[in-house]
Design a protein around this ligand. Structure first.
Ligand code: NCD
Length: 338
């Protein structure tokens, strides 16, 4: 891990191409761990990892827990429903309680943007030696999912040599509720850093025109873009145009819980226009994989038939979960549906 200068992982906008290369190399080395007889490495022995999920999570929380256990760390899990928040404790006091128990890494998910960054700032200012890993904050960022999706795609495009190079000039189409998606934002940073061109597709209410410029400038508060030359981002309103010649497709959940009224008139029409189905996949390149971060809303962003056709062989492995259809399952990564 030479030249790794991220004490916290908050947002992929701060990752350089070398950072992505490091992650892919390391992940490739770890990928066989779950197949070995012990299924464990001592990499984090003696470390305490605390999973603080202030928002619901199935895949990300259990994947962080499993990854920590596979790397021999001790793990604590916090979830809102069984916590003292219902007795009036503030989230900060809850977090401080876990810090005082000696956590080395805090994995945090919160519905509000920037809570992980504020926490990182807090621990740095107070010289507390803890790393903060953002497991999803509001619409803003979901770096572990972005890294996982990058690994999944790089493994798919070149299983023999998993590298950022295999993303160069690939057309990746992301379809759906991009406005509310931290997964889409993290993927935009990761994929364009590796030279992939990203086509975004969705109705204007869920995909405002401003997304054309998403990776042109670093986010407020960040001075420079650590990547010299990024792939291009464009918006296509028609699914057929967006999928034409796509090397891979990512479809996103309609996030009803974050939606204001009148953003979508009718879910059946949405499915007709933007749903990923066996039929719409014919517009992509042959054998283009489909990724979905889960949880899936069947018959809305993806057809139930497509999920069913592929879900029989599905298996949850170390990290959260794209669906990968029409492809052989790469050796690590995800709930891959083949
Ligand atoms: C996503 C999330 O929570 O951002 N899921 C995940 O972490 N795998 C996507 C979603 O909620 O739709």
């Amino acid at each position: 891990m030479n030249n790794w200068n991220h004490n916290h992982i908050l947002d992929l906008s701060t990752f350089s191409l070398d950072d992505y290369k490091t992650v892919l190399e390391l992940t490739t080395r770890f990928k066989d761990v779950h197949k070995s007889s012990s299924r464990k490495l001592p990499a984090l022995q003696g470390k305490l990892i605390t999973n603080l999920f202030f928002e619901p999570s199935t895949r990300t929380r259990s994947s962080f827990e499993l990854a920590a256990k596979r790397l021999s760390a001790d793990v604590q899990n916090f979830s809102v429903s069984s916590s003292s928040l219902s007795k009036g404790e503030t989230p900060l006091d809850t977090i401080l309680t876990y810090i005082s128990m000696g956590a080395d890494i805090l994995v945090i998910r919160h519905e509000s943007t920037n809570v992980p960054a504020d926490l990182a700032n807090y621990v740095d200012t107070n010289n507390i030696n803890i790393s903060i890993l953002n497991a999803g904050d509001g619409y803003h960022s979901h770096p572990s999912q972005g890294l996982l999706d990058l690994f999944t795609l790089a493994s798919f495009f070149n299983p023999k040599e998993v590298s950022t190079n295999s993303l160069l000039k690939k057309k990746i189409t992301i379809v759906g509720d991009i406005l509310h998606s931290r997964v889409a934002r993290s993927n935009l940073w990761a994929l364009t850093a590796c030279g992939a061109d990203v086509t975004l597709c969705g109705p204007p209410s869920l995909l405002p025109d401003e997304f054309n410029d998403f990776v042109l400038n670093p986010p407020p508060g960040q001075k420079i873009d650590p990547v010299n030359k990024r792939g291009i981002v464009c918006i296509e309103r028609s699914l057929k145009d967006a999928l034409r010649n796509a090397d891979a497709v990512m479809t996103l959940r309609i996030q009803k819980e974050r939606m204001q009224q009148n953003m979508l008139t009718d879910l059946d029409t949405y499915h007709e226009q933007y749903g990923i189905t066996h039929q719409s996949l014919k517009w992509c390149k042959k054998k283009a994989p489909v990724l979905h971060p889960g949880p899936v809303n069947r018959e809305i962003e993806i057809s139930s038939k497509l999920v069913e056709a592929n879900s029989i062989k599905s298996k949850l492995i170390i990290f959260p979960s794209p669906i990968l259809s029409q492809a052989k399952r790469p050796s690590l990564g995800s709930r891959l549906i083949t």
